[in-house]
Design a protein around this ligand. Structure first.
Ligand code: UDP
Ligand code: MG
Length: 327
């Protein structure tokens, strides 16, 4: 199991307790190997999260710790965790630290895996515990994403099972603009869905305030789809045709001596076109910015410490970073 944690000292004791129970049961029932592990990824927490992970690891080897050198955000933390465990596991299940995802859905995920699925998506069946605002914005967002051509699984966040094959293929996706829930469906293979009810955060507060959520939403669309650029182009073509009509109209008015003092329309159109140009430039700039980030080919995470089994043969460097060094 891979659990990203950012300032999660309030929930970690409970999360580790519940996960330990779950793992024990699964091991007892012979569903998973007794060498199964829970890896907490500390995403540059400023509280005692890492100290707690260290303590958990020292008390019980079931718990492992991956410490990032600084806060890199949820998606990168998850990536770091998955890429670190990829070579030492058959399947990895990712889950948030705050117990919003239903731990009992893990059983069903494993069943689907045994039935042949390479990837199992955890999907929320209801959003009752969310506020109306969050529910509305989230659902409109999924719809918008699909319209924009980004193929996401409706109401699926980052609670999912991936097997070795899926992880191996996923490691080839070297993009910096990470939006895992958009990339994972691109892998294809055999997929399955497990429904669960998402509950409220067990303790502590959301690490996704509105601003971060909006940024994440925007990132999702622009990192998966170039449709916004296409829309701008289409708009440009439309405006071009409109301007031809306006030109003919004004010429007719001119030659029939019906010209009016067109100050208002002139000023209005200058503003309208100006706005449109700015908007178009903004969108283009957005993509150029992304190209800039991708071409720099920076490591997406840096692991400063790893607490695992002694003979774990794990690779602690970002896949992409490693590729560049091998060149
Ligand atoms: N998280 C992280 N790095 C960050 C922000 C969040 O690793 O910079 C983790 C966090 O610890 C949690 C998960 O990502 O396990 C989801 O965050 P949260 O529950 O705060 O988001 P929400 O459920 O409110 O959208
Ligand atoms: Mg949460």
């Amino acid at each position: 199991m891979v659990i990203p944690c950012y300032n999660e000292q309030e929930v970690l004791p409970e999360t580790s307790k519940r996960l330990e129970q779950k793992m024990k049961k699964l091991i007892q029932n012979g569903v998973i190997a007794d060498s199964s592990r829970i890896a907490f990824v500390n995403d540059g927490s400023k509280d005692n999260t890492w100290q707690m992970i260290e303590k958990l690891h020292n008390d019980n080897p079931l718990f492992q710790g991956i410490k990032l050198s600084r806060n890199r955000g949820h998606q990168n933390a998850l990536l770091a965790g998955l890429m670190t465990v990829k070579d030492i596991c058959d399947v990895a299940i990712s889950m948030d630290a705050d117990l919003q995802d239903d731990i009992d859905a893990i059983d069903e995920m494993l069943e689907k895996y045994k039935a042949g699925a390479n990837i199992v998506f955890g999907v929320r069946s209801k959003r009752q515990t969310d506020t109306f605002f969050k529910r509305f914005t989230a659902e409109s967002y999924y719809k918008l994403m699909n319209k924009m051509g980004a193929d996401t699984v409706y109401n699926h966040a980052d609670f999912r099972l991936m097997d070795k094959t899926a992880l191996e293929i996923f490691s080839q996706f070297g993009e910096v603009n990470l939006f895992l829930r958009g990339i994972v469906p691109m892998i294809g293979l055999e997929t399955a869905i497990v429904y669960y009810e998402r509950s409220e955060r067990f303790a502590g507060e959301s690490k996704y305030p509105l601003m971060k959520m909006l940024q994440f939403a925007f990132e999702g669309i622009t990192s998966l789809s170039t449709k916004p650029i296409r829309l701008i182009t289409e708009l440009g073509i439309l405006i071009f045709f409109v301007s031809i009509i306006v030109l003919i109209y004004s010429l007719v008015r001119h030659f029939s001596n019906q010209t009016i003092p067109g100050w208002t329309t002139t000023v209005l159109s200058v503003w309208a076109i100006g706005g449109l140009i700015m908007m178009s430039l903004g969108v283009i700039g957005e993509y150029i910015g992304k190209i800039y980030l991708e071409t720099k080919n920076r490591p997406r995470y840096i692991i400063s410490k790893y607490l695992g089994d002694e003979n774990d043969d794990v690779d602690l460097t970002d896949v992409k970073f490693q590729n560049t060094r091998n060149l």
